[in-house]
Design a protein around this ligand. Structure first.
Ligand SMILES: [Zn+2]
Length: 125
């Protein structure tokens, strides 16, 4: 485990979190399940269950999805005007699948960021 006063690299922690790895050692997994933080890293023992990211990851997912998919949908609609049923049949599953793929990545980013800054998620209470 890290010394409580040892500086932590925010960028490295975010990058490790993005790959769903332990922000501390980069070897163990940061999640025990799909989105549930691991109680402790299997490699270094650093705990993550005490960090509450709350809505941070969903908001980050929405921001990323909006910047990726909204321009693509707009471009397709303006240039190709697909039938509404076809557009809905494609875009709704695409949004759901991409969101489910992106959510653990953004949660890993949030956990890495909060861990690097020694935030627990209850600072404002
Ligand atoms: Zn670790």
């Amino acid at each position: 485990m890290n010394n409580n006063h040892e500086p932590r690299s925010v960028g490295r922690s975010i990058l490790r979190g993005l790959f769903r790895r332990c922000p501390n050692c980069g070897m163990g997994r940061v999640f025990g399940g799909y989105l549930k933080p691991a109680r402790a890293c299997g490699h270094c023992g650093e705990g993550y269950a005490h960090i509450r990211t709350d809505d941070f990851a969903p908001w980050l997912t929405i921001i990323v999805m909006g910047h990726i998919l909204a321009p693509i949908i707009f471009h397709v609609e303006v240039n190709y005007s697909p039938p509404t049923q076809l557009a809905l049949a494609f875009w709704i599953p695409a949004v759901v699948i991409l969101t489910l793929i992106l959510l653990p990545l953004t949660k890993g980013v949030c956990l890495g960021f909060m861990w690097a800054l020694r935030l627990r998620g209850d600072e404002m209470q």
